[in-house]
Design a protein around this ligand. Sequence first.
Ligand SMILES: [Mg+2]
Length: 131
Amino acid sequence: MEKESEKAIERYLKQEMTKIGGLCYKFTSPNRKGVPDRIAIFPPLVQGSPGPVWWIEVKSTGQKLTPLQEVELRNIARVGQLVMVLDRKEGVDMLIKKYQEIKDGILREAQRHPADQIPQEERRIIIPGRK
Ligand SMILES: [Mg+2]
């Protein structure tokens, strides 16, 4: 597999987050090594509710986490946050695709008319507003 640099993956992550209207901030915590590189803030999945936020450690392809990074990522995951390690651009695509799929699914569900839940052969009732 082709090796991708941390910098290139980080740049790509930021670019793809921007494309979907999200934010991708660099994260550092003074005097605290091992914290994740980026906070990816997604637009809301549902209007009026906060979008998902992922704490992301970016590594060059195949590079492992340091023991300190493992500790910090676990700390963040332990309090219920979403944590991810990305070591290739493909992972960025998967993350964004998953977000889009969930969002599309929610929209589709929200747009579904209640009558759609009634099987065709059982639709013997008149539903107001439905042609
Ligand atoms: Mg890193």
